[in-house]
Design a binder for this molecule. Structure first.
Ligand code: NAP
Length: 265
């Protein structure tokens, strides 16, 4: 049996990964871990005030011993053209745009809205669904042209997709839709070895979590089997990077709960 050190230490070497929402929170941790395992990473963000954080992350990644390449693309994935803008910006930064290959897409950018169902507005609906659902769909469509065989698509869902949390129905429903996409895309794209999976975290400290009602977070924390604590970005990243690599080749259409056992299904 042939083995090489890099196969184990850098299983994603030579792969190009796009991480949406890679400027902060879970996405920044995902970009770091994918790069740590060898991938070259395109970090997608939207807010101009996140640019310094993206530059810092790129510097940190470039200092890894194997010197991964990074690119940054600023685009609004809630808009109908945002995903195509990412591809255009990425092509303008790489050496050989004619032969662009995107091996891994992580649809991580997401947003929540807190409001009771009876008061939810069309604007809030559009804010949440245009990013969490349509944005993930358009980003995946945009990447398909460049996705080689054995490609990897990973969607960031939430334990909320299958739990009726009060006051966040748009978020809950958007993540349920994303899990539906995950299964259907897995069926459509599996022919050439491409896998599509979702990771559903429980609460992880981030700007997004700060906006979720404290009572919901406390309820989850106090009933989490593992150590009654919140998850960490690293714990989520370890699962996402495993799904992004060769060891997960027989896993597709799945939702992996990253919640310390808060959900068990
Ligand atoms: N944190 C949790 O407890 C938790 C639990 C379960 C699931 N999740 C899911 O994990 C993912 C990441 O969550 P997080 O907590 O890390 O969120 P976060 O800290 O609020 O970060 C959101 C990221 O999405 C980007 N983004 C927002 N709107 C965008 C748009 N219109 N176009 C492009 N990028 C956009 C932001 O970019 P800028 O910095 O440029 O604004 C930022 O990088 C989300 O899908 C979330 O639903 C989180």
């Amino acid at each position: 049996m042939e083995t090489s050190t890099n196969e184990f230490s850098l299983p994603l070497q030579g792969k190009l990964a796009i991480v949406t929402g890679g400027s902060r929170g879970i996405g920044a941790g995902l970009a770091w871990e994918l790069a740590r395992r060898g991938a070259n990473v395109c970090i997608v963000y939207v807010s101009s005030n996140s640019k310094p954080a993206v530059t810092d992350l790129q510097t940190k990644i470039s200092q890894l011993p194997h010197k991964p390449t990074t690119w940054a693309c600023q685009a609004n994935l809630s808009s109908p053209t945002g995903a195509e803008e990412v591809i255009t910006q990425l092509k303008s930064q790489i050496h050989d745009p004619e032969n662009l290959k995107i091996d891994i897409l992580v649809n991580n950018a997401g947003i929540e809205a807190v409001n009771n169902m009876k008061d939810v507005t069309i604007e809030e609906y559009e804010t949440v669904f245009n990013l969490n659902v349509r944005g993930s769909m358009l980003m995946t469509q945009a990447v398909l042209l460049y996705l080689p065989s054995k490609g990897r698509i990973i969607n960031l869902s939430s334990v909320a997709a299958r739990y009726g949390f009060k006051g966040v129905s748009l978020y809950v429903a958007s993540k349920a839709a994303l899990e539906g996409f995950t299964r259907a895309w897995a069926s459509e794209l599996g022919e050439n070895g491409t896998t599509v999976n979702a990771v559903a975290p429980g609460p992880v400290p981030s700007d997004l979590l700060d906006k979720i009602p404290k009572s919901l977070v406390h309820m989850q924390k106090s009933t989490t089997p593992i150590e009654q604590r919140l998850g960490t970005t690293e714990e989520v990243a370890n699962i996402v990077t495993w799904l992004a690599g060769p060891d997960s080749s027989w896993v597709t259409g799945q939702v992996i709960s990253a919640s310390g056992g808060w959900t068990m299904y």
